[in-house]
Design a protein around this ligand. Structure first.
Ligand code: GTP
Length: 418
């Protein structure tokens, strides 16, 4: 085909002013209706060192209805540790919108002398969820896909007030390409406000230094001021300094709040002046749940899927090609048939040669036998000839025909005397 020298100019966009109501302004309502009918699925994972209050925060986030409190323990008993990856789901409904919420609690790490690979089971769990989604996508019937992928991962940082620990850096580096990482300063009630502010700055500097990608609250053009302010406020709180508590306590002014009692007062979980718990919940559920789901699907899962299929590619493509390409299959069958024929021919040749050798050996043997008989006969005839010649000579000389024998027996006298 002849190539045009210059690319075609882009089609002009014709802007029209509508005179009447067409109805596509109703599209957001259609999307809304459809989404409400389908419901939503959201999975949140908590990861962090042992004893940082992960299970407690889950209870706090979902007000214990999702994650039942552990059995009441005698005061002396130790609070049970999470020892395996546990996943708890609940169907929640608010104003007719259904949400299937799943929380994945992971066992705390950092208790061992060697914590080198403690991230592995957590990464494996995230990948298994991707695998299950991919498997559902590849089914013939893709109508009911259950989305168990982890949409947000709350990473708990010990409130040391220093910088990130090597184990935290390693964990985050292993996780950041597979989940929306949301860093959290655990048990923030153990730090003063200034300490929290310093610690946050150090954590952010460490995260930037180690090129760790954490979830960023996205901002869009043409967004209203309120939304922009909310996004900015949420972004300014990362990493969220949280306090968890599944108990209700009484404040000095008589209010019943979720919090922790200290000799100097009460730390309230739901008070934005005390900790960032409210902002965290707002970000997770009210403001960015859809963003988290979208980023998981469009970027994190997509990257993982591409990598996985590429890795499988060589082997898979070859087998698929063989299976579906009739020409290559015929060629393969022809080669196999030819190999079979060649084998048969070689076998026949071998049998034939064997038979020829046997025949040759037999012929040689009979030839030798004949030759031997011929030699024997020749010798016998020669002997006979010699005897006859001898006889003839004796007759001619007038001597008896059998001289020795006749001489010995005395029959010599008067016989053929010349
Ligand atoms: P593992 O199951 O071992 O991973 O522990 P975890 O991270 O799930 O911790 P868990 O929720 O079991 O809490 C451990 C202890 O910390 C409990 O005694 C909690 O009461 C306490 N705790 C939880 N959250 C906070 C908090 O925000 N501040 C303080 N001071 N203590 C907390």
């Amino acid at each position: 085909l002849p190539q045009s020298a210059e690319p075609a100019p882009p089609a002009p966009i014709i802007r029209k002013k509508l005179n009447g109501y067409v109805g596509f302004a109703n599209l957001p309502n259609q999307v809304h209706r459809k989404s409400v009918r389908k419901g939503f699925q959201f999975t949140c994972m908590v990861v962090g060192e042992s004893g940082l209050g992960k299970s407690t925060l889950i209870n706090t986030l979902f007000n214990t209805s999702l994650y039942p409190p552990k059995e009441p323990l005698p005061p002396s008993a130790e609070r049970p540790q999470t020892v395996a990856i546990e996943s708890i789901s609940a169907d929640i409904e608010e104003n007719g919108v259904r949400l299937r919420l799943t929380v994945v609690d992971t066992p705390g790490f950092g208790d061992f002398v060697n914590n080198e690979d403690s991230w592995r089971p957590i990464v494996e769990s995230i990948e298994t969820r991707f695998d299950s989604y991919l498997e559902q996508e590849n089914r013939v019937n893709r109508q009911k896909i259950v989305d168990n992928r982890v949409h947000a991962c709350l990473y708990f940082i010990q409130p040391t007030g220093h910088s990130l620990k090597p184990i935290d850096v390693e964990f985050m580096r292993q996780l950041h390409n597979k989940v929306n990482l949301i860093p959290i300063i655990a048990k923030a009630d153990t730090l003063t406000d200034d300490e929290v502010a310093d610690f946050k700055a150090r954590i952010l500097a460490d995260i930037a230094y180690h090129n760790i990608h954490i979830f960023q609250a996205p901002t869009y053009e043409n967004e209203d001021e309120e939304a922009l302010a909310e996004a900015e406020e949420i972004a300014s709180k990362i990493p969220f300094a949280v306090v968890g508590s599944d108990h209700f306590v009484k404040t000095p002014d008589g209010r019943e709040v979720r919090g922790r009692v200290y000799p100097w007062g009460v730390v309230e979980v739901d008070n934005e002046d005390h900790c960032d718990f409210v902002k965290l919940r707002q970000m997770l559920i009210r403001t960015y749940m859809e963003e988290l789901r979208e980023y998981t699907n469009d970027v994190l899962y997509e990257n993982w899927r591409t990598e996985k299929l590429l890795k499988m590619g060589v082997v898979q493509d070859q087998s698929v090609f063989k299976e579906i390409n009739p020409a290559s299959r015929m060629q393969e069958e022809r080669v196999m048939h030819e190999a079979k024929l060649a084998k048969m021919e070689a076998e026949m040749k071998m049998v034939f040669q064997q038979k020829v050798q046997e025949k040759e050996a037999k012929l040689k043997q009979s030839e030798e036998e004949l030759y031997a008989r011929h030699r024997e006969m020749k010798e016998a005839l020669e002997k006979q000839r010699l005897e006859l010649e001898d006889k003839k000579r004796r007759i001619e000389q007038g001597r008896p025909i059998t001289p020795e024998k006749t001489n010995q027996t005395g029959r010599k006298k008067g016989f053929l005397r010349t």
